[in-house]
Design a protein around this ligand. Structure first.
Ligand code: HGY
Ligand code: MN
Ligand code: MN
Length: 416
């Protein structure tokens, strides 16, 4: 494969302007975004992306999970396309770059190819994967998971949000439920550019993360049933306090993660207390545990230890408990050839770089099961993400997009 010339770069100003334009859709309350999946804001963002892709001369495909595929033809229309993309949906208190940089970085590649009249043998397809965040509709990476055959589509359609609205109905309502069968598309390769969402690259002074692996994950939804009772008149020895159970299990999650250092994390990010009244002992608590590790044995052992020790806590407090897995994927090893394309691009372009394990889950983690896949990462300020204060520099965005550009067109086969 012909390597791209060292001076081939994307247009950093245009990329940044597009990021800022997309950030106007679904504004948060503190400078970030709340563009949750299948909301009207998600639909607006999709329309803007589609308009930009059509202006760049692309055909837009849409599948039954709402995944969007903007295709730029290659010289060989029969060749399997190189896919590049990420997600446009955000957390409720999300940043402007999580996912969006990967979708608009892919679009910037096509725009630059148009500017410079670059042709490739393989077509290139820029992708927006539906519901990567998994907040409104767990699990995360739902649509890329259906695409990779890890989730059944009808099961995905039946997922419901806190208001009881079903995924399939909301996708239909916003008008982005396509006809294309999910997963029929075959890929030559898939690349995803993403902010690191952690502190390593910035702390090491590196511009590029060459992502070799991704952490595995378990999301466990725990329901504790105790007994609502008066907080004032109920003797301490007569209480069946689900809130106390949740507190002890929160500490247990942290202890299990700390006992598995280095390379394990655990927290409870979502919890609901019922009836949530100041003078009622909680009779019910529902909360989700997020365990992660790059080591499959550790990840499996963390889940098993929690289930055993949580059962003892529940028994001691007289609580009924159920634990339902609501999200999982094993640790990921990305494709060596694609990872090498990323690493050699960073070297050719003169960007400082280091190998990295992704702490966060990404659509690439599922697509890696069905196509040769790799990721490019850029730093983010203080490693902060899933927070409206998420920030990157224009230079970091440009460096990440340049590396993505080189890896994609080299893999797609530059036609000289
Ligand atoms: O949870 C994750 O790792 C991703 O941000 N959805
Ligand atoms: Mn993301
Ligand atoms: Mn995210």
């Amino acid at each position: 494969m012909t390597a791209p010339a060292q001076n081939l770069r994307i247009n950093p100003e245009r990329l940044w302007d597009s990021l800022m334009e997309m950030a106007k859709i679904g504004p948060g309350v503190a400078g970030g975004n709340n563009r949750q999946t299948l909301t009207d804001f998600d639909s607006q963002g999709r329309h803007l992306f589609q308009d930009w892709c059509k202006a760049a001369g692309c055909e837009m495909g849409l599948d039954q999970m709402g995944n969007m595929f903007a295709r730029r033809e290659g010289t060989d229309p029969e060749a399997l396309p190189v896919y590049v993309g990420s997600h446009l949906d955000t957390q409720p208190t999300g940043g402007k770059y999580d996912g969006v940089l990967g979708v608009l970085g892919g679009l910037e590649i096509l725009r630059t190819m148009n500017d410079l009249d670059i042709k490739t043998k393989h077509p290139i397809v820029v992708t927006n994967w539906t519901n990567e965040e998994g907040t409104r509709y767990p699990p995360a990476m739902l649509a890329s998971g259906v695409f990779a055959g890890m989730h059944d589509q009808d099961w995905a359609y039946d997922r419901f949000d806190a208001e009881g609205k079903k995924f399939g109905d909301e996708l239909q309502r916003i008008g982005w439920r396509g006809d294309e069968k999910v997963g029929d598309r075959k890929m030559h390769a898939f690349f995803e550019l993403h902010i690191e969402q952690g502190p390593i690259l910035e702390a090491e002074g590196k511009q590029i993360g060459v992502v070799t692996h991704g952490q595995g994950l378990w999301w466990l939804e725990v329901t504790l049933i105790g007994k609502d009772a008066h907080t004032g008149s109920t003797p301490m020895n007569m209480r069946v306090n689900a809130g106390l159970g949740m507190a002890r299990m929160t500490e247990l999650v942290h202890t299990i993660a700390m006992d598995n250092q280095p390379g394990a994390v655990g927290a409870i990010g979502q919890c609901n207390v019922y009836p949530n009244s100041r003078n009622v002992i909680p009779g019910k608590c529902v909360f989700t545990i997020d365990f992660r590790s790059p080591d499959l044995a550790k990840l499996t052992a963390m889940r098993a230890r929690f289930e055993a020790e949580a059962a003892a806590i529940a028994k001691a407090l007289g609580l009924a408990m159920t634990i339902e897995p609501v999200g999982h994927f094993d640790p990921v090893t990305f494709d060596e050839g694609c990872v090498t394309a990323v690493r050699s691009a960073a070297e050719r372009l003169g960007y400082s770089h280091m190998d990295l394990i992704s702490g966060a889950g990404h659509d690439a983690c599922w697509i890696n099961l069905v196509a040769p896949t790799a990721m490019v990462m850029c730093p983010c300020v203080d490693g902060l993400s899933h927070n409206e204060a998420e920030e990157i520099s224009k230079e970091w965005a440009a460096a990440g997009a340049d590396v993505l550009f080189h890896a994609v067109i080299e893999t797609a086969g530059i036609v000289v």
